[in-house]
Structures are given as C-alpha cells and as structure tokens.
Design a protein around this ligand. Structure first.
Ligand SMILES: Nc1ncnc2c1ncn2[C@@H]1O[C@H](COP(=O)(O)OP(=O)(O)OP(=O)(O)O)[C@@H](O)[C@H]1O
Ligand SMILES: [Mg+2]
Length: 421
C-alpha cells in the first residue's frame, strides 16, 4: 500500500479493474473499480466534472460534454496511475424504450441436457423483432427461463428438458443519441465498449438483493431526468425516463421569484421542502431578486409551494409509470429514492403520500475506497451500479442486431443477486 495524495492509504489495483462513465445532465462521473470478491467493489478512482453539455439525459453540446468527460477521466487516470482506454457508459433519456420479449427453442433429442448454446439461441430468438432503422438495441437481459413450462428458472444450463423458453428485458434507444455519447468519448481519444440503461444501473447501485428479488422500484431524480426502474424476481421488469428533474425546480424558483439561477439553486438546496404543508407561516428566507441589490425577506412557505408544485407533479408521473409496469401492488421492497434531487427535504414523505401503500426510503450507493467524495453520493447511484454490472454480471456477447455496431451484450443480473460471479 502506498499513501494516496488525499492522505488515505490506498491500495492500487493489481488485477482487472474497469472504468465507468455516467454522463449526467449536471455532471460527468468517472470511476475506476475492481471486484472485491464479496459482491461489492473497491473504488480506485472517482472524479466528478461539472458538465453543461447534456440536457434531459442526452448530449446537446458535444464539445462541452467531451471536455467534461476528459477532465473526469484524466483525474481518475492520475488516481489509478494508468491510462483509461475504454469505459462502460450509462445511457438515459426519454428515447429509451423497454419491453419484455419471449423466446423459445425446442431441445433435440428430447429431454437432453440444456447447453450454453441452447441458452444463447433462445435469448437470440427473443431478440428477433423489428427495430426501426433509427433505433438500436442496447440491453438484452434474460429475466426468467422456463423448461417444459416450468417457470422461475434462472440457470437452465445442465438441466434436462424438451422446450426452453425465456423472457428477456430488452431496451432500445435512438441511435443518434447513443452515438453522441460514444462520439463525446471518442473525441477524448478513448472509447465506450459497452452501455447500460441508467435505470437499471441506478437500481443495481442502491437496491439490496432482497429488494431486487422480492420487488422494488428505484427512482433516480437527477438534474434533467428521473429514471425509474421496476425490479422483481431477480431482474428488471420495467424502466422509463421522465424528462423532469431538479433543474426544473430551480428554473421554477428563478422564474417565479425573479432570481438568478444561482440564487434559485441556493434557495432550493438550503431552504426548500417538497411539501409546503408543515412550514410555519412565520418562517422567512432572504432572497436576492434580479434588479434588487439588497436581499428581501420572503415567506419560506411561498418557496415551498413552488417546489411542492413541481415535486408533486413528478411524484404523480412516477406513480403513473409504476402503475403502467403492472407491479404496483406487488412491490414489498417499496420505492427507493436516489439521485441528487432526491435530497430535497420532504421528498420521501411526498412520494409516500402520492404513491399510497408504498414504503419509501432514500438511498445512496455504498462506495469503499481511498477517495474522498466530491459530490453528493446520491448522485453516484448510476455510476456505482454500472460498476457492479460490468464487474459482477455474467456476460455473453452476441453480434449486434442493428445500429451503430456497438456490441449488444447479454448479461444476466442473476449472478449478482445470488452473490456469485
Ligand atoms: N441537497 C439538495 N437538495 C435539493 N436538490 C439537490 C440537493 N443536492 C443536489 N441537488 C440537485 O440534484 C440535481 C443533480 O442530481 P444528479 O447529480 O443526480 O443529476 P445528474 O446525474 O447530473 O442528472 P441526470 O441524471 O438528470 O442526467 C441538481 O438539480 C441539484 O440541484
Ligand atoms: Mg444521473
């Protein structure tokens, strides 16, 4: 061990380590991690760079995004002491569409042992459907296998049967948006070797294995998007992205109270609440309005009414999505809030009020390593889950089905849930 520049004793990676990238609407996160052999990972590098080149999860300014990626990755390279050539990147945005697809293969001769090839073949069969030319498949996650009609099988290899079926969770995205993330990375001289849907990553970042098995929904409220992932039976069953996040809350405050964006952000982070109900009418906050050099006292309740309006709209949109998943009533793990904007006081209570009968908790990813945090941990759920996915999930590569030629890989998260790799 040698001391890390921040003073802690930091073990440098000796075996395989990977680099992960989360290009968010407010910041880029790069982290370097290594499997710890116990179902988690050791963090060897972590850097966060502010980024203004992404709007609602998709790249709007390539140069700026590329600059931020380069800044974050360079810092991680310094921490790790070697170059990062390729990364696993998370992808978000309302262009993503997920659905459950079925696949089936007969096994010949009947009742023989099922092989790895059969499994790949059945998954491949589930992936055969028409994808519009402007979209591509970015995720294919086998959720559940059936042998001769018997459900609930996670590892069919070696079992005997005559008919193998699979349900695969498939996500497609718009090729241009996916290519833009890749392009922003390529412009830094590095490459993306795989992508993961952010909702899945955030779930893997903060949900417990029990929650993934029994049923829970992760809600990652960021700056420009809210990613929702519904998990059950050891896998993700539904995901979607809502184009609402903390950025809209800030712009509501700025417009309605006529303040600069910086002042609105300060009011949001330090004084707002997601519900105005319990706020004392006599509470005041100092607000500096545009065109007025001196701050004025404002009823804090007025600020909280503004934030409540947007946050309750978001909670209702989340409820609609959970209803659409068809699993609302069967999620004993409840709703798990993460993402920077979930840190607003009262957010958990508001969601518990809107999503009736659902247990709500707030969560941050567990990150162990020698690096100090330079951001809210809640904003790191996606990056942490991407690392777990890349390090611990069983993987089989299949050829690309369409699109830009990014490898469409198949990974199952079963291995991660059962703690084996
Ligand atoms: N204590 C806090 N209270 C309220 N909001 C907060 C707090 N801390 C951070 N935020 C908000 O969290 C948001 C950033 O969250 P996060 O880092 O998860 O977003 P992102 O990953 O960059 O964006 P996205 O996931 O939408 O692409 C910002 O809107 C910021 O104002
Ligand atoms: Mg995010």
């Amino acid at each position: 061990m040698r001391p890390h520049p921040n003073g802690s004793t930091h073990k440098m990676p000796s075996g395989d380590w990977i680099a992960v990238l989360d290009v968010g609407s407010s910041k880029v996160v790069c982290l370097a991690a290594q499997d710890d052999g116990e179902g988690g990972f050791d963090l060897h590098g972590l850097a966060v760079a502010e980024c203004k080149g992404v709007k609602r999860g998709v790249v709007s300014d390539l140069e700026e995004t590329s600059r931020a990626i380069d800044a974050a990755v360079r810092r991680v390279e310094q921490q790790v002491g070697s170059p990062v050539e390729s990364m696993v990147a998370s992808i978000s945005g309302t262009h993503l569409e997920g659905h459950n697809a079925m696949g089936f293969v007969p096994i010949y001769p009947r009742s023989r042992q099922i092989s790895r090839e059969d499994v790949l073949q059945v998954i491949n069969h589930s992936r055969q459907f028409m994808i519009p030319p402007d979209r591509e498949m970015i995720q294919a996650l086998p959720r559940e296998f059936k042998i001769d009609g018997q459900r609930g099988i996670q590892r069919p290899i070696g079992m005997n049967g005559s008919k193998l079926e699979v349900t695969t969770y498939i996500v497609t995205g718009q090729t241009t948006h996916i290519q833009n993330i890749e392009k922003a990375v390529t412009m830094t001289g590095r490459k993306v070797d795989q992508v993961i849907v952010s909702a899945l990553a955030s779930g893997l970042g903060v949900l417990t294995p029990d929650e993934i098995e029994l049923g829970a929904v992760v809600v990652d409220i960021g700056e420009g998007t809210t990613d929702i992932g519904v998990f059950q039976g050891g896998s993700i069953n539904y995901s979607s992205t809502i184009p609402v996040g903390g950025g809209l809350v800030t712009s509501d405050i700025s417009k309605l109270l006529r303040t600069s964006p910086e002042e609105a952000e300060r009011l949001k982070v330090f004084h707002a609440n997601a519900s105005a109900a319990g706020i004392d009418e006599r509470d005041t906050v100092e607000v500096t309005q545009l065109g007025h050099p001196e701050p004025r006292a404002l009823q804090r309740k007025v600020l909280c009414e503004i934030t409540e309006s947007r946050m309750s709209e978001l909670a209702r949109m989340v409820r609609q999505q959970v209803e659409k998943s068809g699993l609302y009533a069967v999620l004993p793990g409840g709703l798990v809030l993460t993402g920077g904007a979930s840190l607003m006081a009262g957010t958990d209570k508001l969601f518990a009020d809107v999503l009736k009968h659902m247990r709500v908790r707030r969560a941050e990813p567990k990150l162990f390593g020698g690096h100090g945090m330079d951001t809210d941990r809640a904003g790191l759920a996606t990056a942490a889950g991407t690392a777990r996915f890349a390090l611990q999930c069983f993987e089989d590569e299949l050829g690309p089905v369409s699109g830009s030629g990014l490898k469409a890989t198949i990974r199952s998260i079963f291995s991660l849930i059962s703690g084996k790799s």
